[in-house]
Design a protein around this ligand. Structure first.
Ligand code: SAH
Length: 470
């Protein structure tokens, strides 16, 4: 029963029953009302404190644990719970997989009202840590203080931080000494840069006051072994910048691309900024099954390279190409899927809204000696018209890999107009995928659906669906 105290509600002895969207877990009150929890996992039995009731649910926290779930495991990271990055580190990997697959199936059924074939089990990721090829760290002179620090009477002098944004706090950075998501020398580089800046009085950015010098750092470690480091400064100070970059280059000779940006705008985005080369090349290469992909500071590339290979193989298998097909690769990014399937197709047409990505796609196809791909820039809803199809041909197979929002309704309708024999829908958000599939259901039957875990320790899950014309 809920007891009201101030604005909060209390619920006692509640079993957590499910894992829900955005990494939260789900419990139900005795009256059957849903409570979303941030700090418990399915199988825990807990007392819960919640805030005011939202439309039809509560959001709260477990305040007492009566029984801990058998699905629990010890989180590897000391920042777990504070850092918002890996929400599920306290859940055994097989349970993470179970709930990811369950979410996908539930979304397809409940949102899409779809009839599903036998489900192919979710593909686990071999590496459950150290799987990311790219990390972005932020510097701040406003470190996020730990609870113990705030409680203690000690005067805190060291407020510099290099690490991750605290969820929901645009100006607070959690200082990180070791992150378990990217291989070394990722931690070594970050910690060296942080210490060097402090020792040499290179000030940390303060987003509130719009002051300070060192702002963000991106580290990319490619499957080829090449390493790219891009430092972003808020202001130019030639002497200090040179000193820092030279020190990084001397300490880490394995860095093959060392670049920087002077960004005095209010936000951290690098996409409208000039990237300046300090040492090495302005790019690194990723490789996949004999293909090479040139990656510059602004290029998009799947952040889990090994699992991207698995995802692409499933996509190619589902497409079941014989060599005669005209394939469209919608939301092609840097054209990776297009190039990955090109050998098995007559021709592949890729479409994508980011011009730089399409420039990379063309360059990569050329470097890879692929001559049966064509790439076009534009917003899908505007580009993917009847004229476009008339000009480039009616596809036999469409592969589509949209962003989290899914496809624009016009794009889905256009796919229905074109009515290719097969559609392979790759999605990083099964809720929007389900919404789109419900519309496609008018002409298409789901033949296979396969979830793929690209991001262990997080709630994110990728899903690939094969559709055949009815
Ligand atoms: N298939 C690629 C990229 C998928 S990510 C890969 O595997 O690497 C989704 C892509 O959709 C991004 O590259 C993004 O820039 C692009 N995108 C987002 N909105 C778009 C739109 N309205 N029109 C065209 N492309 C869009």
């Amino acid at each position: 029963m809920a007891r009201k105290k101030k604005k909060n509600y209390f619920f006692e002895n509640i079993e957590v029953i499910d894992a829900g969207a955005r990494g939260k877990s789900v419990a139900k009150t005795d009256e059957g009302q849903v409570i979303f929890l941030t700090n418990a996992i399915p199988g825990d039995i807990v007392d819960i404190e919640t805030g005011r009731k939202r439309k039809s649910y509560f959001e709260g926290k477990a305040i007492k644990f009566h029984k801990l779930s058998e699905r629990r495991t010890e989180p590897v990271c000391e920042y777990f719970g504070t850092c918002g990055g890996c929400k599920w580190q306290h859940m055994k990997y097989e349970s993470q997989l179970f709930f990811k697959e369950k979410e996908v199936i539930q979304n397809l059924k409940r949102i899409g009202h779809l009839e599903l074939p036998e489900i192919t089990p979710i593909l686990a990721c071999k590496e459950q840590y150290y799987y990311r090829n790219k990390m972005e760290f932020s510097f701040s002179s406003k470190r996020w203080l730990t609870y113990d620090e705030i409680k203690s009477d000690e005067i805190i002098n060291d407020t510099n931080a290099c690490g991750f944004h605290i969820a929901g706090m645009w100006d607070k950075i959690l200082d990180i000494d070791q992150c378990h998501l990217q291989e070394e020398p990722s931690n070594a580089i970050r910690n060296f840069v942080k210490d060097f800046c402090i020792e040499n009085e290179i000030s940390f950015y303060n987003p509130r006051e719009q002051s300070g010098m060192v702002r963000t750092m991106m580290i990319r470690i490619a499957s080829t072994g090449e390493i790219m480091v891009v430092l972003q400064f808020f202001v130019e100070d030639v002497e200090k910048r040179e000193k820092l970059l030279q020190a990084i280059a001397a300490k880490f000779p394995e860095i093959t691309s060392l670049q920087y940006i002077i960004n005095s705008k209010g936000n951290d985005s690098i996409y409208d900024q000039d990237i300046i080369l300090f040492k090495g090349n302005d790019h690194i290469f990723e490789q996949m099954e004999g293909l090479k992909f040139k990656i510059n500071a602004k290029s998009f590339y799947q952040t889990n390279s090994k699992q991207a290979y698995e995802l692409y193989k499933i996509t190619r298998d589902f497409a079941a190409l014989t060599g005669d097909e005209l394939v469209y690769d919608l939301y092609t990014g840097t054209g990776t899927i297009a190039q990955f399937v090109a050998k098995k197709a007559k021709k592949v047409v890729g479409v994508e809204s980011v011009p730089e990505a399409i420039a990379d796609a063309k360059q990569n196809a050329k470097n890879n000696n692929i001559d049966n791909t064509e790439f076009f820039v534009g917003d899908m809803a505007k580009v993917f018209t009847k004229e476009f199809i008339d000009k480039n041909g009616r596809p036999d197979v469409i592969i589509t890999d949209p962003p989290r929002e899914g496809m624009h309704k016009k794009v889905v309708e256009q796919i229905l107009n074109i009515a290719p024999q097969r559609i392979v829908y790759v999605s990083c958000n099964s809720a929007t995928q389900a919404r789109d599939l419900e519309i496609l259901d008018a002409k298409y039957k789901i033949i296979k659906t396969q979830a793929v875990d690209m991001f262990p320790q997080t709630h994110h899950v990728e899903n690939v669906v094969l559709l055949e014309k009815r």
